[in-house]
Design a protein around this ligand. Structure first.
Ligand code: ZN
Length: 289
């Protein structure tokens, strides 16, 4: 057992060093996929926020490094590590991980395809990592000036996003559930740029500059209906989709279908188009259309 673990650690370190050579900052992970080094502040009576300023190891993703000497130091301090995590959102790649889950019976790949169709983007050829549970991680790169937040199921059920402050389990990592591996034919690829239309979905909405531009569902959806009514031709479908998503997220989706369809008809969409868009919003937010 001890020998096997030592081999797993050596292998994880080798994989981590080769990821670092590609510009990816890494940390050692334990078999549970959590950072292998525990916080040096865990016994502090009143822990202060620290991202490593104290000079000790054990600050999770803040320990991540591309420096081979530093990586060896991290692994030497965590001889029980059997995997490594790749920090997202850091230069030069500003990695964004699209985590397509297979849990809870959702078809996250189909959800991503539907998002791509609706928002007119294609998923580029890029690094894909296969997880032991049958899921997939797509690696994309983001722009340096926009921090993509982490989210779970916000884009669609079963799709988690790893962005700034998050990490991805690197290929070659061994966990309690099995080994992470590169999908055949993708290991040599460089992570591809995130399509702009997908990036827009991943970034937080811009701060409201005018109350009516970013309505809430707090007024029983009247703001959402107005938001659709005010749509110009090029944004009718996008606005309808956005409003319908907010309606479903706020539990007023079913009640707002008819008013939203009416509003959409007013902007020149057909009833068929409007209902299809609202149904898609329902599915995206995990509701029955
Ligand atoms: Zn500290």
């Amino acid at each position: 057992m001890a020998t096997t673990d030592r081999q797993a650690t050596t292998l994880a370190l080798a994989h981590a060093l080769s990821a670092a050579e590609r510009g990816l900052a890494v940390i050692p992970l334990s078999r549970t996929k959590l950072p292998a080094l525990r916080s040096p502040h865990r016994d502090d009576p009143e822990p202060q926020p620290c991202h490593g300023e104290c000079g000790r190891l054990g600050h999770g993703v803040y320990d991540a490094s591309t420096d081979p000497a530093r990586i060896r130091e991290l692994f030497a301090a965590a001889p029980w590590a059997t995997g490594y995590g790749i920090a997202c959102g850091l230069p030069p790649h500003h990695l964004i991980g699209v985590d397509l889950d297979t849990k809870s019976g959702t078809d996250s790949s189909a959800a991503l395809r539907e998002l791509a169709l609706r928002h007119l983007f294609t998923i580029p050829e890029t690094v894909v990592v296969l997880t032991p549970s049958g899921g997939r991680h797509l690696w994309l790169t983001g722009p340096p000036d926009a921090a993509v937040p982490n989210s779970a199921g916000r884009l669609a059920p079963g799709i988690d996003i790893r962005g700034a402050g998050g990490y991805l389990v690197g290929p070659g990592s061994r966990t309690d559930h099995g080994v992470y591996s590169s999908a055949p034919g993708t290991a040599h690829l460089a992570p591809a740029a995130c399509p702009p239309a997908l990036l827009r979905l991943l970034l937080p909405p811009p701060r409201p500059t005018h109350p009516s531009t970013h309505p809430s569902a707090g007024d029983h959806g009247q703001g959402l209906v107005q938001f659709v009514l005010a749509a110009h031709e090029g944004q009718r479908n996008t606005r309808l989709f956005w409003a319908a998503c907010r309606a479903y997220e706020n539990g007023i989706g079913p009640a707002l279908v008819a008013p939203l369809v009416d509003a959409a008809l007013n902007t020149g969409l057909t009833e068929r188009e409007a209902r299809a868009t609202i149904a898609s919003a329902a599915r995206m937010t995990g509701h029955r259309p």
